[in-house]
Design a protein around this ligand. Structure first.
Ligand code: GDP
Ligand code: MG
Length: 439
């Protein structure tokens, strides 16, 4: 057996392996998709290297191109990194649950504080919000206004008080009032600085929060990675909220945050309104990041064919002479799915000198076969001998498919010959000829 023939047959039987060479294109595509989604460059590199290593040597499913299957592996891996399910907000065993919001200025901390409070109120958990941003004059008012709007109390001590003290007293108040959850809104800076980190660390030390949520603007892009690293190293986050997902962003920051902190994204913000908060669903985000809905559908469809393409089942069928026209039709469709029939035929001995014209003829031949098989009854498809012994059946099939009776006769005898060859081949090795040929 020549190597080329061997690989063609392996492809047919779905035993091709995923390798560097047959996924080059897909690798590039995935890399581009991730970068376009604003996943951090280093995160992309590491992720791709890992997935590639995992995919190497995986069996290719029949009828699925290795590159498509690779994309499916990428998707599954992406899902693995993001976590299989939504992780809900922590809940302390003894109330109140203390949530600390962290993040840069303008990312949406204050808005997310109110969104979260409304979300909790809707599931009957009582809330209090604490205003510790004493640096921007309007910040306390902003939270108070939001509090009024969603009917959630806001604790504040004006803008002269110490943020750590405000947080401490806020939690005390919540305890005294039997509140379920207290959410502490904090001040951010435009850039990470040690004052902000120091203050956050002291608030954390003082109130011992159950949840520290990093609020990340989805538009942050590449910097989401270093931002997450700094906050996680210095404060230790337990989760994140990805805001402004209603914009153009494909949400690559989610992957960066998750990869770097190992902590789950818990919610996404999808608008300026207080209602615009959604639980984070890893599968939806994975699809959005890849932006390859079509490819995924394709791969999933193709997987349905696995059962049929399963090499062992196939062999069994051939050996027991149960391989019939229905199987043949499926096999032809698999061939078509695999892309270029010409490419495969060129790998066959004696066929590598085929001209494009001759290849086109081959494709036409397949179409003829398909038309004739489509005109057969199910009984005839299962039992080709019926056709071999009945001229009237052959005539009916011929007129139904728009061909002549001799064409049907030839298809049937070629098929029977092929089946015999296949039986010999599965025992001895070789490649079946194609029935319905003109020669
Ligand atoms: P903070 O400085 O971190 O407290 O940020 P703010 O909560 O004050 O929000 C900053 C700006 O972002 C405001 O104009 C918000 O309306 C807006 N914003 C917050 N979250 C979202 C979101 O999910 N989508 C959109 N489109 N805008 C948001
Ligand atoms: Mg704010």
């Amino acid at each position: 057996l020549s190597d080329r023939l061997d690989s063609a047959w392996k492809k047919l039987r779905g035993q091709d392996k995923i390798s560097q060479s047959n996924i080059q294109e897909a690798l590039r595509e995935v890399r581009r998709a991730l970068l376009e989604a604003d996943v951090n460059l280093q995160v992309v590199k590491d992720f791709i290297t890992e997935v590639e290593a995992k995919a190497q040597g995986a069996e290719v499913i029949s009828g699925v191109r290795p590159d498509q299957q690779f994309i499916k592996i990428v998707y599954d891996e992406l899902l693995g990194v993001m976590g299989e399910e939504n992780v809900p907000l922590a809940e302390a065993t003894t109330a109140p649950t203390i949530v600390l919001m962290a993040g840069l200025q303008g990312t949406g901390k204050t808005t997310a504080t109110a969104k979260l409070a409304l979300h909790l109120r809707k599931i009957n958990r009582s809330c209090m919000m604490v205003a510790t941003d004493v640096y921007r004059p309007a910040a306390i008012d902003q939270l108070k206004t939001l509090g009024k709007q969603i009917e959630v109390p806001v604790f504040d001590m004006g803008s002269d008080a110490n943020p750590v003290e405000i947080a401490r007293q806020g939690v005390e108040r919540a305890k005294a009032e039997g509140i379920d959850t207290v959410i502490i809104d904090t001040a951010g800076r435009l850039q990470i600085d040690q004052d902000m980190m120091g203050e956050l660390a002291r608030i954390k030390e003082t109130v011992q929060p159950h949840e520290i949520l990093l609020v990340v603007d989805a538009m942050t892009g590449q910097e989401a990675a270093s931002l997450t690293r700094t906050f996680h190293e210095q404060i230790g986050i337990t989760g994140a909220i990805l805001t402004k997902m209603d914009g153009d962003s494909r949400g690559g920051a989610a992957l960066s945050v998750r990869r770097i902190s190992g902590q789950p994204i818990k919610f996404i913000g999808v608008g300026e309104k207080v209602e615009a908060l959604q639980p984070f669903y890893p599968d939806r985000m994975a699809s959005r990041i890849l932006g390859m809905g079509d490819v995924l559908t394709l791969v999933e469809k193709a997987q349905e064919e696995i059962d049929f393409a399963d090499a062992e089942k196939m062999q069994e069928k051939i050996l027991s002479a149960k391989f019939d026209f229905t199987d043949f039709l499926k096999q032809m469709r698999l061939l078509k799915n695999m892309g270029s029939l010409g490419g495969i035929m060129k790998m066959l001995p004696g066929m590598n000198k085929l001209t494009d014209d001759q290849l086109k003829q081959g494709e036409t031949q397949l179409k003829r076969c398909e038309a004739m098989i489509n005109s057969m009854t199910h009984k005839e498809r299962r039992d080709p001998d019926l056709l071999a012994s009945s001229p009237s059946r052959r005539k009916r099939v011929a007129s139904g498919s728009g061909y002549k009776e001799p064409d049907v006769t030839k298809l049937v005898s070629d098929f029977q010959r092929m089946r015999t060859m296949m039986q010999q081949m599965t025992q001895g090795g070789g490649f079946p000829g194609m029935p319905g040929g003109s020669g």
